[in-house]
Each structure stands twice: as structure tokens, then as C-alpha cells.
Design a protein around this ligand. Structure first.
Ligand code: SAM
Ligand code: SF4
Length: 325
């Protein structure tokens, strides 16, 4: 079958609710580069049909920075690598409330509390709960968390505090995972997502592309993500951090990045698909084309360890391409 026809067929199957098979997904990963633009256009049509024109804009707060016990080879916050990044423990609730209010004023819909640790200690978990209560009480913005491994009791407590969504990334394909992390396993990450789901939290999961994985491994990751059916998929594009084992990793071609986002949209038509870390550094247009090729979410105003576009600039970009922030 002609490739344009094949893309069109896949799109029709998604729009009609039939969906596509893993064989189709495998074929989409192999279509020649010159058809990727067409794939992006089809993914955009699916996005508009299922999600309208709204872009989900989120801001992050790195509430515990650096000195993490884990050895994830891409991460500048691992204690295994000397990256020169500053360290701090939990800031006061008051400080975090001010930043959450600023995020809300700048048009963010959700505010995600992220911590660079394997899992929260009981004491730190209590402090985070207090911070969430204060944000709920004083700001009123949708709170999301990314706190590493959780017990079911902790997950239920977050649900009680009206945390909407829990982020925990698979990072990469199962077949690649042991190359990028040896201090925990892929199964540990799957288990945490299951715990969050069992507690009634919505799920946000995804990973990082550009770690040196093969296309076949990106296929593996997207099929795993689709089987979890998360409300949100978050895809980071590696930012090589000096001092980490991946500091010299070469970046992915833009067409591979577009291919990845578009295919996820075919698999998860209703989910938020967010462009996360690496948006400004890896893309010459800050994600304009990706937001028209399947993605419908961004993180604005900086990341965990590095700055990013100001919210104002991103909101302007979203409006410029005819979407809503
Ligand atoms: N420590 C928790 C965990 O690992 O689940 C909290 C989240 S971790 C601090 C935040 C996420 O940022 C990681 O899961 C990873 O996907 C992403 N990330 C970390 N370093 C990155 C890098 N150099 N480039 C792109 N994304 C990165
Ligand atoms: Fe720690 Fe999370 Fe970074 Fe891994 S990704 S080193 S668990 S902060």
C-alpha cells in the first residue's frame, strides 16, 4: 500500500475508535523520513478531534534538588555524578505557595511538585502533604506530584489531598533500562504506577528520548505506555548534562522527535501529550511544530535544573499558531 494511504488508513481507524495495531505502529516507525511531515499532519487532526485547541500548560517546582541516591545516567541530580548543580532540601511551604500563585497568575493550569529522591522518607512525605494543603488553601491550582516510589498509603493520602495526577516516568524501553540505571528496575517503576492507579490518582508517565536507544526501543516504550493508558504522557528530549555519562550523547534528528510524538498520538488519542525537558534546547522552534504534530501540552518557565522560556513567550507562541493556552 502507498505510504500516504497507509497513514490515512491509520488515522481513519483512530478517528473511528477502532485504533491501530502494534504492527501498524511498527510500520509507522519505519516510514521514510519524507513522510514524517504527513504523519504529523494526521496526528494533528487526531489531536484536534479528541482534544480541541487547548494546550495544557504546566509549571514545575523542584522541591528537593540534587544528591539523589539513584544512578540514572541522564540525570544531573544523581549523587553519582559531579555536575556542580546546587543542592537543597525542601523549601518552606510559604515559599512554594508564592511560586504556585505566580504560576497560576501566569496562566498555568497545573503545578507539579517534583523531588530528586528515590522515594520520600516518612518525615519528608509529611512535609510535602503540608505544602499541598497550603497550596490548596491559599492558591487553588491543580496540584500534581512526582515524588519517586510510593507506598499505597502514601498514594491514598495524596488522593485525599486532591492531588490530581501522579508522575512517574518509565524513562526508556524495558530492554534499555538496565543500561541507564542500576539502582532500581523497570519493574519498580511499573509497580509505582500501579500503586498510584490503585489509589485513584490519574497517571502521567513517559520518558526521555535521545538516550542512544534504537527506534525499535522507542517502539517498545510507546507500546508499554499505550498499555498503561495514562491520562498524560510526558516526553523529555535528552539535555546532555556535563558530568553525567551521557554528556556527549548526540542529539536526535527533528524528524525522529516528530515521529515519536505523532505515533504516541495515534496510540493515545485522548491523552495529554506533553513536551517536557529539552523542548527549547533540542528544537529550533520551541515546539511549535510538535504542537501541530500530536503534542498538546508543554512545561513552561523552566525545568528542574535549568531555565526555559518565560511563560509569556510560550503563551504567545501557542496563540500565534491558533491554539489556546
Ligand atoms: N526522582 C523522581 C523520579 O525519578 O521519578 C522524580 C522525577 S525526576 C527528578 C524528573 C524527570 O526528569 C525524570 O524522570 C526524567 O524523565 C527527566 N529528566 C531528568 N534528567 C533529564 C535530562 N538530562 N534531560 C531530559 N529529561 C531529564
Ligand atoms: Fe534520582 Fe529521579 Fe534523577 Fe533518577 S531521575 S537520579 S531517581 S532524581
Amino acid at each position: 500500500m502507498d505510504i500516504n494511504e497507509f497513514i490515512k488508513d491509520c488515522k481513519e481507524n483512530v478517528l473511528s475508535g477502532v485504533g491501530i495495531t502494534s504492527e501498524d505502529v511498527s510500520k509507522l516507525f519505519k516510514i521514510p523520513e519524507e513522510y514524517v511531515q504527513q504523519l504529523g499532519i494526521a496526528a494533528n487532526q487526531i489531536t484536534r478531534e479528541f482534544n480541541g485547541n487547548k494546550v495544557d500548560v504546566e509549571q514545575l517546582n523542584n522541591i528537593k534538588k540534587n544528591s539523589c541516591s539513584e544512578d540514572c545516567s541522564f540525570c544531573g541530580q544523581s549523587a553519582f555524578f559531579d555536575t556542580g548543580i546546587e543542592s537543597y532540601q525542601l523549601p518552606s511551604a510559604q515559599e512554594i505557595v508564592i511560586r504556585a500563585q505566580k504560576a497560576k497568575d501566569e496562566g498555568a493550569e497545573s503545578y507539579c511538585l517534583v523531588a530528586a529522591w528515590r522515594e520520600p522518607s516518612p518525615n519528608d512525605f509529611d512535609k510535602v502533604c503540608y505544602i499541598i494543603e497550603e497550596i490548596n488553601d491559599k492558591v487553588g491550582i491543580s496540584v500534581e506530584c512526582s515524588l519517586g516510589f510510593l507506598t499505597i498509603q502514601q498514594a491514598k493520602k495524596l488522593k485525599e489531598l486532591q492531588v490530581k495526577r501522579y508522575n512517574h516516568n518509565l524513562e526508556t524501553a524495558k530492554s534499555k533500562f538496565s543500561e541507564i540505571c542500576t539502582t532500581h528496575t523497570y519493574e519498580d517503576r511499573i509497580k509505582t504506577l500501579q500503586i498510584a492507579r490503585d489509589a485513584g490518582l490519574e497517571l502521567c508517565t513517559g520518558g526521555i528520548i535521545g538516550l542512544g536507544e534504537t527506534r525499535e526501543q522507542r517502539l517498545e516504550l510507546v507500546l508499554e505506555l499505550a498499555s498503561i493508558y495514562p491520562e498524560e504522557v510526558t516526553i523529555n528530549i535528552l539535555v546532555p548534562v556535563p558530568g553525567t555519562p551521557l554528556e556527549l550523547q548526540t542529539s536526535l534528528e527533528k524528524s525522529e522527535i516528530i515521529r515519536m510524538f505523532s505515533i504516541i498520538r495515534f496510540l493515545l488519542p485522548e491523552s495529554v501529550i506533553k513536551i517536557s525537558g529539552g523542548r527549547e534546547t533540542n528544537l529550533d522552534d520551541s515546539g511549535e511544530e510538535l504542537l501541530q504534530s500530536g503534542a498538546n501540552g508543554i512545561i513552561t518557565s523552566g525545568y528542574l535544573t535549568m531555565g526555559g522560556n518565560e511563560a509569556k513567550k510560550d503563551i504567545k507562541m501557542i496563540k500565534k499558531i491558533g491554539l489556546e493556552a
